[in-house]
Write a protein that binds this ligand. Structure first.
Ligand code: SF4
Length: 744
C-alpha cells in the first residue's frame, strides 16, 4: 500500500468533524482536521486524532470471545454464533422470550450499521425489555418533542451561526462539542457570535470552559433549571414586547402554560435557583427584544427529576420570545437522509399520552418504547414472572455509565446468559458469555443518520471504510442480522443474511414509495434494481438519501441526491442554512404544537411544589472533560496522559469547612454507595456542590483495558441511586444528588 490521504467524518461525538487521515501502507500516520469539510472547516478536538491508536490498540478484540470453564477465550465466528443460539435457546425454553433484555449503548447512535439493522434485530428477538443510553441522557428532550410536535425526533436546535443572543443551560459545548445540536467547532462559532456583537450567557453550577468565555455566568443550584425557566416564562409574558395571544395559529395553548406557571416569578424562584430576580428579568428582556435570540438546554436540564418539563419549557420560552422556528432562534433541520419530520404530512399525525406502559417491579415509566436504565438491576434481580434472565448489550459500558452501578454489576453477574457486541472486554462485557467484536471505526463506512438530523446546517457527509476488515470478521450489521435470524429460529448462514438484507431493503423502498412525499409512478421493482448494486447499510442509506427531501427518487428527479453523489464529495455537501419548517413538520393529531399538552400541564403542580423544597446541604453533579467521551477512550494513552482528570471538584469554602485539601482524598456517600476520590479544590464550582466525571472506575477484576487500569479513577455512578428519576421519562437523575463528603 502507498501513502494516501483519506477523508472521513469523525464518529466519536455529535460534532461530526471532517478528518483528513494520512495512511502509509495501511497504517494511520497522522490525523488532521479536514479544512475543506463543508461543516467543520478543519476543526477537530484531541479525541479525533485517536482513531489510528484505537485501530491498533492491542486490547481491541479481533476475534469473538466465548466463555469456557468460566473464562472468556478467543473463539471462531461459527463457534460464537452456535454458543449464542444455544444460550438464548436455553433461556427462551425455560423462561420465554420476555426473559431477554437488550441494552443499546451510545456508540450505536453514531453507527451506520446499528442505525440500519438494530430495529430488524429487535423485531426478531422480541426482548421483554429494551434499555438504552437515552434514559441516562436525552430521553426527556425526545419525550417533550414527542408530546409537543407529535414526533420524538422533532428536536429544535440553536441556529448558532445567525443568533445574536445565546442562553445556554446546563451545556458545556467547548468541552463536550455539543449534544442534540450537531455543530463542529463550537469554539469558532461562539467566537463568531462575539465578533458580530452577540452575547453568550451560561447558566451552570460550574464555571465551565464555556462559562469562562461567556458575557455572563449564572451559577444555578443544580436541578432548579425548571424553576428558572418557569420564571423566564412569566417574565416574558409580562414583557411589553411579548404578546402570548399573538403567536402563530399553530402554537396552541401558550397562554395556558403562562397561567399554570403564575407561581414561578423571578422573585419567587430566586432563593431556590440562586439566580436573582434582576438577572432573570434582564435575560427575559434580552430574549424579548433581541431579534435573533435563542435558549438551548442540554444535559444539566435533562438529567434532573424535571428533565421532560424543563425541555418543554425551553421551547415555551423560545416560542414566547418569538425565537421558535425563526432564523437565529431555535430551528429544525431538514436532514438529507430523511426523518420523521420529512415523511408523512401534518394531517396524518397523532398525539401521544404518557403512562401506557410501566416496568414490572417498580412501575417506572416506559417512554418511547424503552425501559429506563434505572430499572435494569431491579428487573434482573427481582424474582417473579417476567424476570430478566439474559441480556444482549450492543456497544456501551453501562456498568460505568448507568445508575446504581454496583447493584447493576451484581445483577449482570446473576444472569443466566449474556452476549455483548463490543470492541473490548470492559467492565460490562467481562460478564458476557459471548462477545462479538466490533470492527474499528476505520474498517466500516460512516454516515450519522441520527445526528445529521440535528445539525445546525443542512449538511450530509458520507465516509467509506478506509481499512480492510480483519480476516473472516463480520461487520456489525451482519452480526445483527445473524442475531435476528437466531431470533427467528432460522439458519444464520450467508445466504440467509443476504435474503434478510433484501427483505429489509424491499420494506424500506415500499415504505418510502407509500409516503405522501413520493412522486407518482415509481415502480417498486425498478426502484429495487436502481439500488441493487449495493447491499447492507450502504443500500439502506442510498434508499434513505434518494427518498429524502433532496433525493432523486430512483431517477424520477434526475438532479436529486444519491449515495454516489456523496461519495463523489468526500468533504460533504451543504444544502444551506436551516429554514422555517412549521407548521408542515408538526405530526400531532391537532396539527398544532401542543404547548398545553395535558401530561405536561399536569406536571406543573410538581414544579410549583419544588419552590418549597429545601436545598440539600451538599449535592453531586457530573462533568465532561475534553479528552474523554466514551469509557474506552481511557485506554488511549494519548488521551489519558497528564494529570488525573477523575477528581472530586470542591469549592474552597466547602473544603475548609469539611477539612479537605487539594490533592487529598474525600469519601463521598449517597443512598446508593460510597467512593473515595482525589480532591481538586476550585472556586469554579458553586459552594454546596461537588462534581465527578463519569465513565471511570477501571480497577475491576476481569476487565481487559490495560491502559485504563493504570488510570482507574472512580465510578461516579456508584453514587447515583436508581430511585431518583424524572417520573415522566424514567430518565435517571445524575445531577443534584444529595451526598455526604468527608475526608478519607
Ligand atoms: S469534536 Fe467530536 S467529532 Fe470532532 S474531532 Fe472531536 S470527537 Fe471527533
Amino acid at each position: 500500500m502507498s501513502t494516501e490521504t483519506a477523508y472521513r467524518t469523525c464518529p466519536l461525538c455529535e460534532a461530526g468533524c471532517g478528518l483528513a487521515i494520512e495512511l502509509d501502507g495501511g497504517t494511520v500516520t497522522r490525523i488532521r482536521g479536514d479544512r475543506d469539510d463543508v461543516f467543520s472547516r478543519g476543526f477537530l478536538c484531541p479525541k479525533g486524532t485517536v482513531l489510528g491508536h484505537f485501530h491498533d490498540d492491542p486490547d481491541r478484540l479481533r476475534t469473538p470471545m466465548v466463555r469456557v470453564d468460566g473464562e472468556l477465550r478467543p473463539a471462531g465466528w461459527d463457534e460464537a454464533y452456535e454458543a449464542i443460539a444455544d444460550g438464548l435457546g436455553r433461556v427462551w425454553d425455560a423462561h420465554g422470550r420476555e426473559a431477554l433484555a437488550m441494552y443499546l449503548g451510545n456508540p450505536m447512535a453514531h453507527n451506520l450499521d446499528g442505525a440500519m439493522f438494530s430495529r430488524t434485530m429487535l423485531r426478531s428477538l422480541s426482548p421483554g425489555a429494551v434499555f438504552s443510553a437515552s434514559t441516562v441522557d436525552q430521553r426527556p428532550r425526545e419525550l417533550a418533542s414527542g408530546l409537543l410536535y407529535g414526533q420524538s425526533g422533532t428536536i429544535p436546535v440553536p441556529d448558532l451561526d445567525r443568533t445574536d443572543y445565546l442562553l445556554l443551560l446546563g451545556a458545556n459545548p467547548l468541552v463536550s462539542n455539543g449534544s442534540l445540536a450537531t455543530a463542529p467547532d463550537w469554539p469558532g462559532r461562539l467566537e463568531a457570535l462575539a465578533e458580530r456583537g452577540g452575547s453568550l450567557v451560561v447558566v451552570d453550577p460550574v464555571r465551565t470552559k464555556t462559562a469562562e468565555k461567556a458575557d455572563r455566568h449564572l451559577a444555578i443550584v443544580p436541578g432548579t433549571d425548571v424553576l428558572f425557566l418557569g420564571a423566564l416564562v412569566t417574565a416574558l409574558a409580562e414583557h411589553p414586547a411579548v404578546d402570548p395571544g399573538a403567536q402563530p395559529d399553530h402554537f396552541a395553548g401558550l397562554a395556558a402554560v403562562v397561567d399554570g406557571l403564575s407561581a414561578c416569578t423571578p422573585e419567587s424562584v430566586a432563593d431556590r435557583t440562586g439566580i436573582s430576580a434582576a438577572a432573570t428579568r434582564e435575560i427575559a428582556d434580552r430574549l424579548a427584544t433581541t431579534e435573533r435570540a435563542v435558549v438551548y438546554g442540554r444535559i444539566g436540564t435533562t438529567v434532573t427529576p424535571f428533565g421532560t418539563t424543563a425541555s418543554w419549557l425551553i421551547d415555551v420560552v423560545n416560542a414566547l420570545a418569538g425565537s421558535l422556528d425563526r432564523p437565529g432562534g431555535s430551528m429544525f433541520t431538514t436532514p438529507a437522509a430523511g426523518s420523521a419530520t420529512t415523511r408523512g404530512t401534518r394531517s396524518d399525525g397523532r398525539s401521544r399520552r404518557l403512562g401506557s406502559r410501566s416496568t414490572r417491579v417498580d412501575g417506572l415509566p416506559v417512554a418511547l418504547g424503552e425501559h429506563p436504565a434505572a430499572a435494569m438491576a431491579t428487573e434482573i434481580l427481582t424474582d417473579g414472572p417476567g424476570r430478566l434472565r439474559a441480556m444482549i448489550t450492543v456497544g456501551g459500558n453501562p456498568v460505568l455509565s448507568c445508575p446504581d452501578a454496583d447493584r447493576f454489576d451484581t445483577a449482570l453477574e446473576s444472569l443466566e446468559f449474556m452476549v455483548s457486541l463490543d470492541c473490548y472486554v470492559n467492565e460490562t462485557t467481562r460478564h458476557a458469555d459471548v462477545i462479538l467484536p466490533a470492527p474499528s471505526h476505520l474498517q466500516k463506512p460512516h454516515y450519522d443518520v441520527a445526528l445529521l438530523g440535528l445539525a445546525i446546517r443542512n449538511v450530509a457527509n458520507y465516509s467509506p471504510a478506509i481499512l480492510p476488515m480483519d480476516d473472516g470478521a463480520d461487520r456489525e450489521w451482519v452480526q445483527l442480522a445473524r442475531l435476528a435470524l437466531i431470533g427467528l429460529g432460522q439458519s444464520w448462514d450467508d445466504a440467509a443474511v443476504a435474503a434478510l438484507d433484501d427483505e429489509v431493503a424491499s420494506r424500506a423502498i415500499g415504505g418510502a414509495l407509500a409516503d405522501a412525499a413520493a412522486p407518482d409512478g415509481i415502480d417498486r421493482a425498478e426502484a429495487s434494481a436502481v439500488v441493487g448494486t449495493r447491499n447492507g447499510p450502504e443500500r439502506m442509506l442510498d434508499i434513505q438519501l434518494r427518498t429524502g427531501p433532496y433525493g432523486d427518487w430512483f431517477g424520477a428527479r434526475p438532479d436529486g441526491l444519491t449515495l454516489d453523489q456523496l461519495i463523489e464529495h468526500p468533504h460533504g455537501l451543504d444544502f444551506g442554512a436551516l429554514e422555517a419548517r412549521l407548521p408542515d413538520a408538526i405530526r400531532t393529531s391537532s396539527g398544532d404544537v401542543e404547548f398545553d399538552h395535558p401530561d405536561l400541564m399536569a406536571d406543573l403542580t410538581r414544579v410549583v411544589a419544588l419552590l418549597d423544597e429545601p436545598t440539600a446541604p451538599m449535592v453531586l453533579t457530573g462533568r465532561r472533560t475534553l479528552r474523554s467521551n466514551n469509557s474506552w477512550m481511557h485506554n488511549m494513552r494519548v488521551l489519558v496522559k497528564g494529570k488525573p482528570r477523575c477528581t472530586l471538584q470542591v469549592h474552597p469554602d466547602d473544603a475548609d469547612r469539611i477539612g479537605l485539601a487539594d490533592g487529598g482524598a474525600a469519601r463521598v456517600s449517597s443512598t446508593s454507595g460510597t467512593v473515595t476520590a482525589p480532591v481538586e479544590v476550585t472556586d469554579a464550582i458553586r459552594p454546596g456542590v461537588v462534581s465527578l466525571p463519569h465513565g471511570w472506575g477501571h480497577d475491576v477484576e476481569g476487565s481487559r483495558l490495560s491502559v485504563a487500569a493504570e488510570h482507574a479513577g472512580v465510578n461516579s455512578n456508584i453514587l447515583t441511586p436508581a430511585d431518583l428519576i424524572d417520573p415522566l421519562s424514567g430518565t435517571s437523575q445524575l445531577t443534584g444528588i444529595p451526598v455526604d463528603v468527608v475526608p478519607a
